[in-house]
Design a protein around this ligand. Sequence first.
Ligand code: HEC
Length: 106
Amino acid sequence: MYVVLRQIRVLVVAAAGLSGSLAMAADANHGSDLAKRWCATCHVVNSEQKQASTDAPPFAVIARKSDFTPEKIAFFLLDPHPKMPSFPLGRSEAADLAAYIGSLRK
Ligand code: HEC
């Protein structure tokens, strides 16, 4: 388990170090699945979900922020802040989640 976690760390660091457009080839449908699996305990991730367990902002609210960009969210997810647990997110998963959140922007 420990070794696996270390490998994930290395991967995340490597991913964060890569430049280029994270939003490219992102799959919002996959992002939606990931959001339901990993994020829905704390965030309201879609309009069907009625409530989450914390005061974390719903994804639709995050998407509507004036400074929202999928790139920012993807980078944010590769280096989550302390209130959020770290996820074993790869670069493409972060991009897919970001694309999904972006798709909620109306
Ligand atoms: C354990 C609860 C928890 C889980 C699970 C969680 N989050 Fe969060 N998230 C939070 C909280 C709490 C905040 C608000 C933090 C703050 O305001 O400082 C937040 C904030 C955010 C933000 C806002 C950043 C900003 O700039 O406003 C994004 C984006 C986000 N989460 C995405 C995700 C994604 C994607 C997942 C699933 C991979 C996820 N979160 C899973 C608790 C969680």
